[in-house]
Design a protein around this ligand. Structure first.
Ligand code: ZN
Length: 341
């Protein structure tokens, strides 16, 4: 299967589930850490890699939040965002919906207007200089409670930056029931944003039902436990509600024991629209190309199968129809050219 990697690397791709701070590579993290020497994050990239080895989901959240703490000024935000886009361009990612948690930054004292200007400035530069289209999903950090939900909804609806397309909910699921966030999702949806909560990553299928029924989810972040409920899988397939599957993340956080036990096969077999994503790639020692290679192995795909998977992400995206057609066309052209070699 590794011989598919060169094909995957050149394949134009879209990514729908990838976190802003969680995409900070060790190089970017050490650059930010050098700006803020009071941090407990190690400065040396080698030690950083060790620091990024997780024992469980709670440990992952702890490490993630210590990196969040390094993003303290609009200039930090701009640097992080543009450098993340540069890593995407290197992987031939043409379009990404980046999950941004503005509450984490504004509560640390970054002025909200300065934050919005920084991400928008990076978005425009990424498009013109790197050819990467970025859109935002503003997500509620579930562990921070309803004040964070209120603040995130306010920032999304009142300050709405041009690139914002969706509203999400992340963080731990255990002890953080989805239905309590309904009023905030209602506000975001009324303002025209799409609903994309994480659900069923570390809890059972009921959390996915809650996301569908209470938060009116149009896509599900992870949905790893969905195959435990055949009725749920059938519902997702029938209503074309895509799953944002992140295989290596699920192993790193111990949501799934081993890659071979990953339920992506059951999802595809049930006819669910599956997309492949990297979640927090440098923290999980992965990137989107590697996630496609993993999915190709688990699903026994050839080049055309991988290309179809890449087109799923385009279809499931919130890009406008002409943008979708353009990237899908690039995927087809690349694949035909590759196979004709
Ligand atoms: Zn996520």
């Amino acid at each position: 299967m590794t011989d598919l990697l060169p094909f995957i690397e050149g394949l134009p791709k879209a990514e729908l589930h990838v976190h802003h701070v969680g995409s900070a590579s060790p190089r970017i993290v050490s650059e930010l850490a050098a700006r803020h020497p009071d941090t407990k994050v190690p400065l040396d990239p080698g030690t950083l890699a060790e620091y990024f080895t997780f024992t469980d989901f709670a440990h992952f959240v702890e490490v993630y939040l210590s990196v969040v703490d390094l993003v303290r000024t609009p200039d930090d935000v701009r640097l992080l965002t543009f450098e993340v886009a540069r890593d995407m361009a290197r992987q031939n990612i043409r379009y990404a919906e980046l999950t941004v948690t503005p509450f984490s930054s504004t509560r640390r004292g970054i002025p909200e207007q300065g934050f919005m200007e920084a991400i928008e400035d990076a978005r425009k530069a990424a498009e013109t200089e790197l050819g990467v289209l970025l859109r935002w999903c503003f997500d509620i950090p579930g562990e921070a409670g309803l004040d964070a939900a209120e603040e995130t909804a306010r920032l999304a609806v009142d300050l709405r930056p041009e690139g914002l397309v969706s509203f999400g909910l992340g963080g731990p699921e255990i002890g953080v029931p989805r239905p309590q966030f309904k009023p905030y999702f209602d506000r975001a949806i009324a303002a025209g944003l799409r609903s994309v909560p994480h659900a069923g990553e570390t809890t059972g299928p009921q959390t996915v039902w809650d996301a569908l029924n209470d938060l009116r989810a149009e896509r599900i972040g992870h949905g790893t436990s969905a195959p435990q409920d055949p009725e749920l899988l059938a519902y997702l397939a029938e209503h074309r509600i895509p799953l944002e599957v992140c295989p290596t993340s699920n192993i790193a956080t111990r949501a799934v024991a081993t890659l071979d036990e990953h339920p992506v096969r059951e999802m595809v077999a049930a006819g669910v629209l599956v997309t492949v994503n990297s979640d927090d790639p440098p923290m999980f020692g992965t990137d989107l190309n590697n996630e496609y290679a993993v999915a190709a192995r688990l699903l026994e795909l050839d080049e055309r199968g991988v290309a179809a998977l890449a087109k799923n992400a385009v279809e499931a995206s919130f890009l406008d129809p002409s943008g979708k057609a353009r990237i899908a066309g690039e995927i087809d052209a690349y694949t035909e050219q590759w196979l004709a070699k």
